[in-house]
Design a protein around this ligand. Structure first.
Ligand code: FES
Ligand code: FES
Length: 1007
């Protein structure tokens, strides 16, 4: 007897066979193919899978499918339809009411139908219009949760919105724009008026298209559930893969028995290291990461692969993996980089535990410290962090005949579908391991649910390629959150000692630093990341004498690699903390100390590079300081002093601080003390920090991107590059640059990215480089095409090229006006294909240690954070962040705002909530619930100030923004904590209990 159950989804009746343990999310995604509902964690933590069941929001990954019996399920795909139905119902009712009221002077507000809104519900429309959509992966969950809220509360306050969305995480974290979008949608629903637009100022260097706010070309599909990410793809006859991992941090694999797994019904292939066809290791720079560890070989971290399974279903693949038996000879675990450098410890790699000793040398240290009136020295620690992108990694390999015909697969190619920050590099790495020519591999990058540097290394791509090669069937490998946390590279944990010497007047004369970076089991981008940490370790300051030594060390922890900020996040925390400590010692205001030392045009950086242009640091300092003073109503002198807050919200300067700015004089009795302190245990203060960050690869690496622009017969343009879109908005930048060059509206430009067959190589999406390099490649490709059109028409109409004009989508030539569709036909008739490929190479740079330009551009950022510290509990709340970033030029101000908000929230998590915890090489943080990324409830008021000091070689003057907007947040917060309660945080994340303890102990001492 069958066990059937019935329910409706988006108004359609379904009767289905019940499956044991099936969740509603799996049913929706894999049986009904409603893939708009996303799976970010499968553990009720992220909210991406939120749908409505009988009007109530539920996390469908935890909701048993059978429980939907007799209920109505609404998913993101059905939202606009629901709105249409409701609209029709309400129109009918209003009509009825109107006829009843006939004769009265009642007026009705016309409520625009979805067709009048581009087929979107006002919430969907508002998310697009307000730039609340970045990678898009969390958006269905955000919108469905917001919809449920507006259904029961059509006029919510900001607090009510935050409370409703408190469990729906966004790692791109444009929470303020999400909130604004919901407010705008609510207003539109109430009034029937169109969704109000956000108020985002244009760039001061505005052009026709570039510099204005534009909507993402992929925005609509990301709000209506049609956006396709890798796990949404299904191929005929597809197998499911599982990787058997070592699960010990260090040892030798002594025995591996796959016989039971192979014998399991439904298992199609089980592969071990013996089956690796060609190269055994992969890596981004150094090939030191084994595709699989073989018997007799060394396991270096818990995530090392030892066998691969492909089976008819995921359940069978999981069962087979559990049947694989492995034995190990465990070795001493190297748990941190300092231990890794000790004598006599095991050497993890043949060449030893040292990945790289990185040195920066400038001036004469002895002389510098001899000249100093004040010398300070302190050591800081930062932990390992995870990217926690909401979309876990997924790869699918599909064998296809070169001509894509069916039947015999001889001579097949492999198509690899995945989210990748470097599609061409993935292709190279797969081909190396397979022993194939690269032309046999096509990487088809899919929409990515966030990356932040964590999708640069290959994860499943090689494994699915091997399995698809053997089985001749498509193979999918989807990481669950546990595997994602265990396996992919993290942010480097560091220990950073800084010694700084300064004159009484505040001029820094010497900076010495020693850094240890934990690069984990394999190199990944560890050398490059720790190089940036080292070269930036004296901060954005003009320091004549600098010495920095960094030891990037292998350990038995998960590998560490690229992560937004690329090492500078860690050293900025250390150096900006030191700046405030120095300011206090010298009795100079923190802002003033930074002004005295700020890099400016003409400065020489730590690596010997003269800054000849585009240094907006001073303007960032002044603007943030001005905004901070304006918001607080305090002077630059008073703004860093602590203010107590009563239960009634009153603030006041303490008596002592009215007389003196010295934080060391901070006395708890001034702040109400602990005993009877109920009224005055909340203390507020501002903190300040500055940073800089290179744009581009730098260090002598050729920095190249290719883009191609084509004009189609219908007059549409397409711009193509393999560069990755992971939510940061590159597709908008590419579209705008081409629209600008061709004088057409942006909507006339399509964008294609991330396909190694169809798009030219744009290089890696890393180091805040894509706006600069692919922005330029797109721009010059368009310009090349424009020149070709000009030459063709000039010849045809016998006029000088200068007489050909491109205006508002029309080309004018000697009295003839042509649309681009006509131009395309004209060119083709003359035997020319209207298409241009451009290889852009950024200005040359020099390797570290050789002097000269190590980077072709730097972005600068300054932030002020206001915190409120609860002295009784140590709890820290960030109330406000003011962020100014010199981005050269704001290509798309709306996209930039999202980047800034997301960067601030990532920095806030870095400071207060996040830590990837390991215990003797074993991963403790193995579920999302154990890694607290900040949600909307922790979102402060964020003010973004754009500073534009154009860089000559940048596209319209633009330089990178993706990283700089995240870097100063953490030290601004920790400096604010010190200013509030006098506790210097030198270890991240902030241990809030230890703040309370330190205050309590200090008060005890003070009696
Ligand atoms: S996938 Fe359901 S809460 Fe994360
Ligand atoms: S847009 Fe929310 S996770 Fe990317």
């Amino acid at each position: 007897m069958t066990n059937q159950f019935s329910f409706t989804v988006n108004g359609l009746q379904h009767t289905l066979e019940a499956k044991p343990n099936e969740t509603l999310s799996d049913l929706l995604r894999y049986r009904l193919r409603l893939t708009g509902t996303k799976i970010g964690c499968d553990e009720a933590e992220c909210g991406a899978c939120t749908v409505l069941v009988d009007g109530e929001p539920v996390v469908s990954c935890m909701y048993p499918a059978e429980k939907a019996e007799g209920k109505a399920v609404l998913t993101i795909e059905g939202l606009a339809g629901e709105f249409t139905a409701k609209h029709a119902r309400s129109a009918k009712e209003k009509e009825k009411n109107l006829s009843e009221l006939s004769g009265s002077d009642a007026t009705l507000t016309p409520n625009p139908s979805p067709s009048g809104r581009g087929g979107l519900h006002p919430l969907q429309q508002a998310f697009v219009e307000h730039g609340a959509v970045q990678c898009g992966f969390c958006i269905p969950g955000q919108i469905m949760t917001a919809y449920a809220l507006l259904e029961r509360n059509p006029n919510p306050t900001s607090d009510e919105i935050r409370f409703a969305l408190k469990d729906t995480l966004c790692r791109c974290a444009g929470y303020p724009t999400i909130e604004n979008a919901i407010l705008a949608a609510a207003e539109s629903l109430r009034t029937g008026e169109p969704v109000r637009k956000p108020n985002v100022p244009d760039s001061i260097h505005v052009h026709k298209s570039v510099g204005h706010t534009h909507l993402r070309p992929d925005g609509i599909e990301k709000v209506n559930g049609k956006a396709i990410y890798t796990d949404d793809l299904v191929f005929d006859n597809m197998l499911f893969a599982k990787v058997k991992r070592a699960m010990i941090p260090h040892g030798f694999l002594t025995k591996l028995d796959i016989s039971k797994a192979k014998a399991l019904k439904g298992v199609v292939a089980v592969l071990t290291a013996e089956d690796i066809p060609a190269e055994r290791n992969h890596g981004l720079i150094i090939y030191d990461w084994p595709v699989m560890v073989g018997v007799g070989e060394r396991v270096r971290y818990v995530g090392d692969a030892i066998a691969l399974v492909a089976a008819e279903t995921l359940e069978i693949a999981n069962q087979a993996s559990a049947l694989i038996e492995a034995e190990f000879d465990p070795q001493t675990v190297i748990t941190n980089p300092v231990m890794a450098r000790e004598e006599g410890v095991p050497q993890i790699h043949e060449k030893g535990n040292l990945l790289k000793h990185i040195k920066v040398r400038k001036g004469d240290m002895e002389k510098g410290f001899a000249e100093a009136d004040v010398i300070l020295e302190h050591t800081f620690h930062t932990p390992t962090y995870d990217h926690a992108f909401i979309e876990p990694e997924c790869s699918i390999a599909v064998p296809v005949k070169p001509d894509r015909s069916s039947g015999d697969l001889s001579g097949f190619r492999l198509e690899i579908y995945c989210g990748s920050q470097i599609p061409y590099q993935d292709r190279t790495q797969v081909a190396r391991v397979m022993g194939w020519d690269e032309s046999r591999v096509r990487v088809v990058g899919q929409l990515m649910g966030g990356g932040f540097g964590g999708k640069e290394d290959v994860m499943g791509q090689i494994h699915v390629a091997m399995l698809a090669d053997v089985t001749k069937r498509p193979v999918k490998l989807l990481f669950d959150r546990h595997e994602s946390l265990l396996v992919h590279p993290k942010r480097h944990a560091t220990q950073i000692r800084i010694k700084i010497g300064a004159k009484k007047d505040g001029r820094i004369v010497a900076s010495e630093s020693e850094l240890y970076g934990d690069t984990g089991a394999y190199a990944s981008l560890g050398e490059k990341v720790m190089t940036r940490a080292t070269t930036h370790s004296a901060g954005p300051y003009d320091v004549p004498n600098v010495r920095a030594d960094c030891y990037a060390m292998y350990t038995n922890n998960p590998p560490a690699g690229a992560f937004r900020g690329f090492g500078v996040t860690q050293s900025a925390f250390a150096v900006e903390s030191m700046m405030d400590m120095l300011a206090e010692k010298l009795n100079i205001e923190p802002v003033e100390l930074r002004r005295i030392n700020a890099l400016h045009v003409g400065s020489i950086t730590n690596t010997g590079q003269e800054l000849r242009e585009s240094v907006g640091l001073m303007e960032c300092i002044d603007k943030v300081s001005g905004a901070m003073c304006q918001v607080s109503g305090l002077s630059e002198r008073d703004v860093f002093k602590p203010r107590v807050v009563s239960d009634h919200g009153e603030e006041r300067l303490t008596a002592k601080h009215a007389k003196s700015a010295k934080k060391k004089e901070l006395n708890l009795s001034d702040l109400g003390g602990l005993s009877g302190s109920k009224d005055f245990h909340l203390v507020r203060a501002w903190g300040f920090a500055a940073a800089y960050k290179n744009t581009g690869l730098g260090g002598g690496a050729p920095d190249i991107s290719n883009a191609e622009v084509e004009l189609y017969d219908n007059g549409m343009f397409e711009v193509r590059s393999s560069s990755a879109e992971m939510g940061q908005g590159l597709v908008t930048v590419m579209r705008l640059t081409v629209a600008e060059e061709m004088s057409v509206p942006p909507e006339q430009v399509k964008v294609l990215v991330m396909d190694t067959d169809l798009t030219p190589n744009g290089g890696p999406t890393t180091a805040s480089r894509q706006t600069f390099v692919t922005g330029n490649a797109s721009r010059y490709a368009a310009k090349t095409l424009r020149d070709a059109i000009t030459a063709t028409l000039a010849e045809k109409y016998d006029v000088k090229p200068e007489q050909i004009r491109f205006e508002n989508g029309i080309v004018h030539a000697n009295g003839h006006s042509m649309t681009y569709a006509e131009v395309a036909k004209e060119m083709k008739a003359l035997g020319q294909h209207p298409r241009a490929l451009y290889e852009y190479e950024a200005p040359k740079t020099q390797p570290l240690g050789t002097g000269g330009d190590m980077h072709f551009a730097f972005s600068f950022g300054v932030q002020a954070a206001e915190v409120e510290v609860n002295k009784l509990t140590g709890e820290v709340r960030v109330l406000r962040v003011i962020s100014a970033n010199d981005v050269g030029m704001a290509v798309n101000p709306l996209g930039l705002q999202g980047q800034v908000e997301g960067g601030v929230m990532m920095g806030l998590g870095n400071a207060l909530t996040e830590e990837f915890i390991m215990d003797n090489g074993y991963v403790v943080t193995d579920r999302l619930a154990r890694y607290r990324i900040p949600g909307i409830m922790l979102t402060p008021e964020i003010t973004s100030i754009i500073v534009e000091h154009p860089v000559a070689a940048g596209p319209y003057g633009a330089k990178g923004v993706g990283e700089i907007c995240s870097i100063p947040t953490t030290p601004a917060i920790t400096n604010a904590i010190y200013n509030a309660v006098g506790v210097r945080v030198d270890r991240l994340p902030v241990d809030q209990e230890s703040i309370a303890r330190e205050i309590w102990e200090r008060e005890k001492l003070q009696g």
